[in-house]
Design a protein around this ligand. Sequence first.
Ligand code: ADP
Ligand code: MG
Length: 695
Amino acid sequence: MSQRPFEIDPLFRGLTTLPGLGPRNGKLVEKLVEGPRVADLLFHGPADFIDRRFTCPLSQAPNGKMLTTQVRVEKHYQNERKSLPYRVKCTDGSGTVMLVFFHAKKGWIEKLLPLGSERVISGKIEYFQGQIQMVHPEVVKPQERESLEAVEPIYPLTAGITNKVLRKAIKSALNYVPKLPEWIDEAHKKRENWPDWDDAVRSLHTPESAKDLEPTSKVRMRLAYDELLANQLTLALVRDRRRKINGRSFISTGDLRKKIEAVLPFNLTGAQTRCLAEIDKDMIAKARMLRLLQGDVGSGKTIVAVLAMMNAVENGAQAAIIAPTEILARQHEKSLRPWLEAAGVRFVTLTGRDKGKTREVMLKQIKDGTAQVILGTHSIFQSDVEYHDLGIAVIDEQHRFGVHQRMELSTKGKGTDILVMTATPIPRSLALTAYGDLEISKLDEKPPGRKPVETMLFSQEKLDDLVAALKRKIAEGVRIYWVCPLVEESDVLDLAAAEERYDILKAQFGERIGLVHGRMKPTDKDEVMTAFAGGNLDILVATTVIEVGVDVPEATIMVIEHAERFGLSQLHQLRGRVGRSAEQSYCFLVYSGPLGEIAKERLSIMRETEDGFLIAEKDLELRGSGDILGTKQSGVTDFALADMTVHGELLATARDDAKLIISKSPELDTRRGVSLKTLLYLFERDQAIRYFRGG
Ligand code: ADP
Ligand code: MG
């Protein structure tokens, strides 16, 4: 029913139609601005500007200042020696300036600055041997000074594209900027003193002072708000629609739960109990559950999930739990087996590895309901897997699922409750942009009795000392993870480094050492992991495959080689593999210097704190948001105008705004609603738009 409003058609034109952007340049610019539309180009704001507003008589020109003025060309000095510059003397009546050109062709200069002609010049004033000079003036033009762009915005560029080319295209694109109906609440806009959308876009490209370039300027705030509102509105719509798909009510006596709790060697923490109560409330309610269980590594998410799953099982429905990798699916099986057996619940573990007859049998059990709990990787959601009656799906996400996959998953069962578990503590702002469609439960308390991991920095040169110390530790019965250098973008090099380290350590420590890496066959990987978990190996050398979810409480030492190459969140995840028992654990961050500023800061943060939320905030400060969620390509948090490191507050406002909008007019059919649809189109929020097309 809804179609793209015609007003914004010009913004959807291909940017290659702009002057100066042919097929070659056009491609480069499309990549630079991350989109093919005129709108994408318009959202590419300048990072700096050159100010050509300053002028004064040459006789008073201050050293080092950018000066723009009109002069007459007086004399050319061509030097005999090629290595010396070509100089052109100009005057404005009050004084003279020497324009200096290195490696310039005579003919070119004569054409640019004919003797006796009037020219506007612009460049930096320097004093050289008492004479005012301008080396390679940036502008030399025959016209009047007034026609010059007094403030020239400088854009972030890419190889092959000059500022001039980009500026020209943008200037022409600005002609297409339409007047659009306002989608921001009038009172809100007034309070913030924000400009209209079209004025904002124009102002973005005509900065007048350094303040205009700041992300907190009125103009940039408004534009960022638009983008965040589009994002939050989409998520709110998705949530609203999914809620309306009727869920079911699971009311249970808690019998199965009690059987599991009876065999647990621990009591639930306060946070676990609270999160479970939040989940129960969702599951009892008729609307379907869409909840994120957010908890730092080792906070004990698994047991919470399992107890939640029992609500469904007790009601005769099935429960599934999906791990991001094969190893982790096996790990789930290992953790869950004693619990499920205690509760008398039948389960299968289905991974991509299961083929032929075995797979067939499992599929049958899933279909006829014999399997009450299904463990596995995403393969349990392949199209040939049919469920008898899937009541709840738990996704142990480790940020590898996007909104999109969550949607697909929900087609497996009617009104299936969904619980997403994520290990990385995500800063609130990011959680809102990536998971705004989910309610959030937080496990913000670690199981008791755990000592903080002692973290130490170690220079690579002192590795022998470390090895000697570790030998003593192994004699005491300690188990060690040894993570090998991360070589950017290359599994192959990662592997080579890990294999080399493995050989060296084997020579030093003997046979009780294993190696796992991403290219191993899953069965081989499992075998090594099992040997390590069972205490048959002292050292596990690994590439980052152990990053996620592995639980071997007896391992108390983590060595991370070339720690300076890892991001903060990654270091935190890795360190989270130890410190899982009452024993004192250690993490050795081995670095090889000299360290850059950011690397230094990262490592010292790691030494100072184990607070995952704090680390995540710092990580966000030190690098972009897309990196943290590992969703750079997914489009979930790729913002053109908003910057999560500064616009966190705006995001919270946008979320509240979006909620209110949806509660008042879920169909967006009010006057403001119609404008908001335009906003959604502008930011290509296809998912949301589809709803209005009745798709
Ligand atoms: P994560 O949140 O990283 O997935 P897990 O669920 O794997 O953490 O739990 C980490 C370890 O803590 C497991 O060995 C688990 O059995 C244990 N654990 C969970 N809850 C508690 C608790 N309340 N008290 C003690 N140990 C617990
Ligand atoms: Mg886990």
